[in-house]
Each structure stands twice: as C-alpha cells, then as structure tokens.
Write a protein that binds this ligand. Structure first.
Ligand code: TXA
Ligand code: MG
Length: 324
C-alpha cells in the first residue's frame, strides 16, 4: 500500500525518515512530482529503476537543498557557478563531472562519469531535502514512457503499490520538467528544454548548443533519457492542427478550433507559461475523456517555440513520435 501524506511537520519528518531508511517516496517539486530515493544507497537507486520500469542506462538527477552541497559532489566551473547563482533554487539541472569522492551511487549515473544535480525551487521539497540530510535521486514519478505527474493523484495512477508514500504538496506550478544543461565540455549543451527558458540561459552564458553533438563511434548516448517515444498518452497525437476532424479530441492553445469531440484549453490567452503548467494534466484528461467520447486521436494546436513553448513543443513531439 502506498501511503498518502499531506504536508505538515509530522509528514515531512516521517518522509525524511523513510528516505533515510532506503524506502521510495514521491514528493512535489516546482516542475513535476519526483520519485525519491537516497542517492547514496545503491539498493534504493536500483529500486527506483525497478518501480519506474526504467532502463538502467538512463541516469537520474540528484537533488540538493543548496548549491554548496551539490558542488561538493561534482566539479564546478565558472559557468556552473553563474547559472546556479541565478537559477537555483529552480527548474534547472546541471550535468557536471563527478568528483572522485562523490558518495552518490554509481548506478544513479548509469555508468557515466558525470552526475546531474539540481536544487529545486519548492519550499516543501527544499525542507524535505534538508531534513533527509542526504542527496535524493528523483526521476519524474511516472512509469517509464508515460506522461509526467503534476499532482499526487497522477503519481498514484502510475505507481500506487510500488512506492512507500506520496507527500502531497498540491499541483506543481511550472508543470514541465527542469531544463537539463551539460556543462562538462567547452560549449554548454542543452540536453532537454524545460522550466528555465533557453533565452534566459543564453542571456547569461551565451549561445547553447542545441541537442547533442554526434556521438563518437562506440560512445554511448550522452543523455539516454532523450529517446524519441516518451510522454506518450494512450491516444495517438497529431501536431500543428489547423482544423479538427470529426473523431478527434483537441488540445487547444488560444481561441479553440471548432468541431472537436472534447477539448482541453492550455491557455485561452495564448501564454506559454500557463500552457506549460497545464500540459500534462491536459494530456491525461484528454486520454480519459477522449476514450469516453470515443475519440480516435488528439489534435494539438500550434504552440510558439519561445519561452516555455520550447519545452512544450519538445514534450508534444515526443508524445507524437512513433511508439517504440
Ligand atoms: O524537473 C525535473 O527534472 C524532475 C524533478 C523530479 O526534479 N526530474 C526529472 O527526472 O525529470 P527524469 O529522470 O525524468 O529526467 C532526467 C533527465 C533524463 O533525460 C536523463 O537522461 C537526464 O536528465 N540525465 C540525468 N543524468 C544525466 C547525466 N549524467 N548526463 C546526461 N543526462 C542526464
Ligand atoms: Mg521523466
């Protein structure tokens, strides 16, 4: 049985203890709910991969209550310090080389010599990380390949019975996962667009290399999580719809196209920040409601790829990618 705890001093202390004891607990962050386990405990990390059904080659993010603590476990550089000062706590993950003395289980890095670190911008998550007094590895709290959860209910839909508890801190504000930035090489590389807009990062540290440089023969995937089919709702997804077919459900952005079997509005005003916060709720809702009204597909209206729109477009492209 998975226990659901509402936020309070007692609940936080209990969840911190569960984590220290090696159990898995989902908790809210400003981006999405994370599936947390003690990052220094290899058995907990193995249990995270197991509970999610996640391939072991896909590494995890270690979460810390402050930049100084994160930077004790990875090698920093000027850029890392600059972006951490500006965007932490917040929806940004930095990939940096592990320090030799880093106590985070190697399994969390999935065999890479780097570690992804993040200081989340949610007061409850920060308090929990302080109380746990150990870095917490936390992928999004969904079964591998499913849509990320932005409420405790979503977490239970996918993981009920597979984890010890969920700490319910209400719906997530940002609604898409953190931006993942690789700062290990001479040029900063954007591995995943997310809650910090690329424009804001580029204003601070200059142009980001988009996507991954071609892998050397024999080199593994640089960010193996970035496989095409991901965030998949059950219904097929059609992007950039300019009209709706009779058997379609609609994900609307701005004034909605007429004729859909059912529709979910991301942002009537056409704002990408509001749309990001509603995206995963919308995909889940359309899946359920679409099935009920016998829709055959989800049509998605175009969303501009600026601000958080880039992260939205990325998730929608994955949702529409051929299923593998
Ligand atoms: O907002 C978020 O980032 C949420 C919350 C819970 O913090 N977490 C999250 O974790 O989205 P996850 O595991 O679903 O996505 C982490 C991404 C994956 O694409 C993974 O491949 C990449 O970060 N990643 C993790 N460690 C990496 C590393 N050492 N090198 C390259 N990519 C890495
Ligand atoms: Mg995920």
């Amino acid at each position: 049985m998975t226990e659901v705890l509402n936020v309070g001093a007692h609940a936080l202390a209990r969840v911190a203890q569960l984590l220290r004891d090696g159990a898995l607990v989902a908790f809210g962050t400003e981006t999405v709910y994370g599936l947390g386990g003690d990052a220094t405990n290899a058995a907990s990390i193995a249990a995270i991969f197991q509970a999610k059904g996640r391939p072991r080659f896909n590494p995890l993010i270690a979460h810390y209550p402050a930049a100084e603590e994160a930077f004790r476990h990875v090698q920093t550089n000027d850029r890392a310090v600059l972006v951490a000062q500006r965007f932490w706590p917040g929806p940004l993950t930095l990939v940096l080389p592990r320090r030799p003395e880093c106590p985070v289980a190697l399994l969390a890095s999935a065999g890479l010599e780097t570690l992804a670190v993040r200081v989340p911008g949610h007061p409850v998550a920060l308090e929990l990380l302080r109380l746990a007094a150990t870095p917490i590895a936390a992928p999004s709290a969904n079964r591998s390949g499913a849509v990320s959860p932005t409420t405790a209910r979503h977490v239970l839909d996918g993981l009920s019975g597979r984890i010890a508890a969920v700490l319910d801190s209400g719906p997530c504000g940002v609604g898409v996962e953190s931006t993942v930035l690789d700062l290990t090489g001479p040029h900063p590389v954007l591995l995943r667009p997310g809650g910090v807009a690329v424009e804001d990062l580029e204003a601070l540290i200059g142009p980001l290399q988009r996507g991954l440089p071609p892998a050397e023969p024999g080199e593994g995937l640089r960010s193996p999580g970035l496989l095409a089919s991901h965030y998949a709702p059950a219904l097929p997804v059609r992007l950039n719809a300019v009209s709706v077919e009779a058997d379609e459900a609609l994900l609307a952005f701005g004034p909605a196209l007429p004729g859909a079997r059912c529709q979910f509005q991301l942002s009537a005003a056409g704002e990408t920040t509001e749309a990001a916060s509603r995206l995963f709720e919308g995909l889940r809702w359309l899946d359920a409601e679409g099935a009920r009204v016998r829709a055959r597909r989800i049509a998605v209206m175009p969303v501009p790829e600026t601000g958080l729109g880039l992260a939205i477009a990325d998730r929608l492209h994955r949702a529409a990618a051929p299923r593998g």
